[in-house]
Design a protein around this ligand. Structure first.
Ligand code: GLN
Length: 452
């Protein structure tokens, strides 16, 4: 067994047993990064520590005295004077930062190709995209270059790359974890979350990073059961699982559908009751998201005006410019009511769809992404095709509910993730169902062959 194969829970146990030292642990990861990072372009910056448990941090999350670029030329020399809350919380739990991971510029993208610092490659096939925007954070865990990693999810940026890279990705409920120190993309949607090798690891990290810090007024203190006292569910008796018919329509690759249907069968074998549900406003999700998200982007990115951060607005990439223009238009007088105000109303309908469904079921499951990882470059000239690839992750972001991607199979050698969505602030049930599924299957134990 290699040190770098271990989950976070296993790593902590092994350190306690003195199976290896923190120094050996860090060296094992640094050696692997040394050997593989040039091929995968996962890290924008690597820190050579010898203490703590090494985690990777998406480069849109502020790290004190460590460059944080948001994948943008505009911030290529920016060094934050403070840590994001999630980073502070990790550091006080004996986690060290092994590196900052590559991403689509300001988290805008679904493939990792919008980074100003070159694209990240998918460890399962380096001709494919890793997904995005947390491209490097997903690939880091998939390639065993960090014990776990942190990302952000605004419309799917944790769940989708986790699915495409075959790792566990968790987006908590909006308001569970402080956004303090994230570079804001769309403030009403941004949520920090985790990439891990197991659901138990996600639960552990969430226990560290959740809860109020006095810096983000949206964070709600809702007591969740103590992580250490929790006994993992091994069956799903008494759990009702909804399957939304709108997530199985046109656009879903039949091979992906087959894998997802098999996963649902497995959940049923574990004792869950499977119920068909409807989320009737799903089809408007992508359009609503592109109006609300772009509007918030145009306002959040106004501070990068060429005065405060040194570089010129011309340094923004194409996709960022496209969204700033779209958002400025949607908010302009004369169009505000037609676009922004209307999108805000439809967002409420999408939220109500979930509330209705959750009157009948405990969680909702379906695909994360309509396809597996696609070829690098394939969708770069077609922004609409790229946007539509997020059709199943965006609605949960608009509703603020928790979402998990757990490995559930392969299509032609590429991983597929099962999405598990839960009631607002009921993150624990999502993790419970994910963990029961994970323990009954072996998909999460597969590793890519990195002998390229
Ligand atoms: N892929 C989506 C987008 O391009 C979601 C991004 C995200 O969640 N940060 O906006």
């Amino acid at each position: 067994m290699n040190i770098t194969d271990l989950t976070l829970v296993e790593t902590i146990k092994a350190l306690e047993n003195k199976d290896f030292s923190e120094e050996e642990l860090n060296k094992a990861y640094l050696d692997r990064i040394e050997a593989k990072n040039a091929d995968l372009n996962v890290f924008l910056e690597v820190k050579k520590n010898s203490k703590g448990i090494p985690a990777a941090i998406k480069d849109i999350i502020s790290t004190q005295f460590i460059k944080t670029t948001a994948g943008s030329k505009i911030l290529s020399t920016f060094i934050p004077p403070f840590n994001a809350t999630v980073v502070d919380r990790l550091l006080s739990n004996n986690i060290s930062i092994i590196g900052k991971t590559n991403l689509d510029e300001f988290a805008m993208g679904s493939s990792g190709e919008n980074s100003a610092f070159g694209h990240t490659k998918n460890p399962w096939d380096i001709a494919k995209v890793p997904g995005g925007s947390s491209a490097g954070s997903a690939a880091a865990v998939a390639a065993d270059l960090a014990v776990f990693s942190m990302g952000t999810d605004t419309g799917g940026s944790i769940r989708q790359p986790a699915s495409l890279c075959g790792v566990v990705g968790f987006k908590p409920s909006y308001g569970k974890v402080s956004r303090y120190g994230l570079m804001a993309m769309a403030s009403s949607l941004d949520v920090p979350g985790t990439f891990t090798k197991s659901v138990a690891d996600a639960r552990l990290v969430m226990g560290w990073v959740s809860g109020s810090d006095g810096m983000d007024s949206n964070v709600q203190e809702i007591a969740s059961p103590s992580t250490s006292l929790r006994v993992a569910m091994t069956d799903l008796k008494g759990i009702k699982i909804g399957v939304p018919k709108e997530y199985f329509g046109e656009g879903l690759d039949p091979k992906v559908e087959k894998v997802i249907r098999e996963a649902i069968k497995k959940l049923e074998e574990l004792g869950a009751e499977i119920v068909e549900v409807s989320l009737p406003h799903t089809q408007y999700g992508v359009a609503v998201y592109y109006i609300i998200m772009s509007s918030e982007v145009s306002s959040n990115l106004a501070k990068f005006d060429g005065i405060r951060f040194g570089s010129s607005r011309e340094d923004f990439g194409e996709e960022v410019k496209r969204r700033i223009m779209l958002g400025t238009f949607a908010l302009s007088s004369g169009y505000y009511d037609d676009y922004f105000a209307k999108a805000a109303c439809v967002r409420t309908l999408i939220k109500q769809d979930f509330e209705e469904a959750f009157k009948k079921v405990d969680v909702i499951v379906g695909p994360v992404s309509p396809t597996t990882a696609w070829n690098l470059g394939e969708k770069m000239d077609d922004p609409l095709a790229m946007y539509l690839s997020d059709a199943y992750t965006i609605p949960a972001s608009l509703a603020g509910i928790p979402g998990l991607s757990v490995p559930c199979g392969f299509v032609d050698g590429l991983p597929v993730g099962l999405q598990i969505l839960g009631k607002y602030m009921d993150d624990e049930t999502v993790l419970d169902v994910g963990e029961a599924y994970e323990q009954a299957t072996e998909w999460h134990e597969r590793r890519p062959d990195l002998s390229f």
